[in-house]
Design a protein around this ligand. Structure first.
Ligand code: NA7
Length: 548
């Protein structure tokens, strides 16, 4: 290494955190302000916010309810911030994260516009060397990834894109100045949560919107709206109870899954329950029965109800057929919630192309041509095509553990972690909401707080006991991967063959169910037990013994 690239003393840290979204901000606060560590956050973007820095597409808002989509570790933060709507829109979430960063004086330790190119572990010093694309080098005992699960945009390699004469955008890298759709012919590829949020807003501005649908999707109305003063007052009174529910249930949301089977009710009673849930709106729809995600027969009742709704909303029967021709159980893919998505197809200026029946052949200079030869002329293409989820953000960096082992090699057949927190061969690397943890199956701030608290406690313990390295063992990792598969197989989640949970949306990606499906509360108990048993499943090595 040339001398100029040697880490200077000023660049020596106890911990380097990659990412300044929900995870990175809290991890910085926890390590710096609770443990007194010297910490730096490296963030690729020009501002903080993580997911919400990048996702500024029309209609982008969170599917978790605002009062649950925030930190709960500080009562002061909770009482000083007020959300305006049931589901927060992207600018409000950025305002919130900036409020937190200012309130906790975090920005002085966050280095923006700094993309990490790679990191390597040196067994002799038990430290990580972190390199940025700008050529800076940092050294730290701990490397903590707070890089988000959905931060690596997936732009499909459709032939001809480079010849397209119009403009194109990926929803996850949306221009800050916005896009003017007025009078434009817009093609939107993708009908996941993003596409379902974006289509109604784009349609309201565009000359014409064509939605290219590969896999039809369920959606339930969000029933979004401003929060009433009564609700805000009630919230103040009941926050302790809400926190308790969020931290003790399966999915980290402020509601519990009801302990009754679909078949405890008559068909008429069931329909009444679903109708009420539809009117109430939101992800809570799936929480009405305990067996929706475990029994195909139970799931069918919810699926049929939603398909019936689609047919009753969409006036053109052929379009309704295409939208309701859904091939997977309800909520086996991440279930979207929407504001007038199906209603959008009743507009004169909106059409739907079923690209499962007639796939995209190529992008032409003037639009998109389907295999049948039909060409749709377009001025703008919007890729609402999702992300290389969970592993993508890791593998676009060159992370090397012991003996030069790359993470790409270690994860060749899919991600292998212990608890989604550590990787064998990569000592002192902590992965906030990493693959193998509940992460995206949980309301994210709850999953993040649990991980940050666990990591912080582990580091505090290491410091107290003079431990230099912590490293997941191969054996514990193999057991955890098996447990992850068992937990997924106990649900209907793996049955959605096109799901990004399985990596199926990215050609060539190993098909492994990536998040832990055993439930957040259960997972929290496992993590607590691991810690209580002296970090069982991790090798802890004192300074001299850490160079294996
Ligand atoms: P998703 O849920 O991965 O959805 C992406 C959509 O794009 C989905 O309908 C895909 O169809 C479609 N897609 C992807 N690649 C292609 C190609 N090559 N051709 C046609 N259509 C394609 O991403 P989102 O951004 O909507 O949501 C991600 C998460 O963000 C969401 O689940 C929430 O957790 C928040 P497919 O289903 O693969 O057939």
């Amino acid at each position: 290494m040339p001398d100029t690239l040697m880490p200077s003393p000023a660049r020596e840290y106890d911990a380097i955190i990659i990412g300044a979204g929900f995870s990175g901000l809290y991890q910085l606060h926890a390590l710096r302000d609770r443990l007194g560590l010297k910490v730096r956050v490296l963030e690729a973007a020009e501002g903080i916010g993580g997911t919400w820095y990048w996702n500024r597409y029309p209609g982008a808002r969170c599917d978790s309810e605002s009062h649950s989509y925030c930190y709960t570790f500080s009562d002061e933060l909770l009482s000083e911030w007020q959300w305006s709507e049931r589901y927060p829109e992207h600018p409000e979430i950025r305002r919130y994260l900036n409020f937190v960063a200012d309130r906790l004086d975090l920005k002085r330790d966050i280095q923006l516009s700094t993309r990490v190119q790679g990191a390597s572990f040196d067994a002799a010093s038990s430290r990580w060397t972190i390199r940025t694309e700008g050529g800076e080098v940092f050294s730290a005992q701990f490397l903590i990834t707070a890089i988000g699960c959905l931060s690596s945009a997936n732009v499909p390699k459709i032939p001809g894109l480079e010849e397209f004469r119009g403009d194109w955008y990926h929803t996850g890298e949306w221009p800050h100045e916005g896009v003017d759709f007025t009078g434009k012919r817009v093609g939107q590829i993708g009908t996941g949560s993003t596409g379902i949020q974006a289509a109604p807003v784009i349609a309201s501005q565009a000359g014409h919107l064509t939605v290219f649908q590969r896999t039809p999707n369920y959606s339930v109305p969000a029933q979004n709206g401003p929060l009433s003063e009564e609700f805000k007052e009630e919230l103040k009174r009941s926050y302790d109870e809400i926190k308790r529910i969020m931290r003790s249930n399966t999915n980290g949301h402020p509601f519990t899954i009801q302990d009754r089977s679909v078949f405890d009710l008559t068909p008429e009673q069931r329909t009444e329950v679903y109708e009420k849930a539809w009117q109430k709106g939101g992800l809570q729809f799936r929480a009405n029965f305990r067996d929706i995600l475990t029994s195909v027969e139970a799931n069918d009742t919810a699926a049929e109800f939603i398909k019936g709704k689609i047919r009753s909303i969409v006036k053109d029967p052929a379009t309704a057929d295409k939208l309701a021709n859904i091939d997977h159980p309800y909520a086996a893919k991440r279930p979207p919630i929407d504001s007038f998505y199906f209603e959008t197809f009743n507009r004169e200026n909106v059409s739907l192309e079923d690209i499962r029946a007639d796939p995209i052949d190529r992008i032409t200079p003037d639009g998109i041509r389907l295999r049948s030869g039909k060409e749709i002329k377009l001025d703008i293409i919007v890729f609402a095509t999702g992300f290389d989820a969970m592993t993508g953000p890791f593998l676009r960096m060159d992370i090397r553990g012991r003996d030069g082992l790359t993470l790409a090699e270690a994860w060749e057949a899919g991600p292998r972690t212990y608890l989604g927190l550590g990787v064998p061969g990569f000592p002192n690397l902590f992965t906030v909401t990493g693959p193998g943890s509940p992460s995206v199956l949980c309301n994210m701030p709850v999953a993040i707080e649990q991980h940050v608290d666990w990591i912080t406690a582990a580091i505090a313990k290491m410091r107290a006991d003079g431990i230099a390295t912590i490293e997941a063992t191969e054996e514990a990792t193999a057991d955890w991967v098996a447990e992850g598969n068992r937990a997924a197989e106990a649900t209907l989640l793996p049955q959605a063959s096109s799901s990004w949970y399985l990596g199926a949306n990215v050609p060539g990606k190993p098909r492994v169910f990536m998040p832990y499906a055993g439930g957040m509360a259960h997972y929290r108990g496992i993590c607590d037990e691991v810690a209580a048993k002296g970090y069982k499943g991790f090798d802890l090595a004192p300074a001299m013994a850490s160079a294996k």
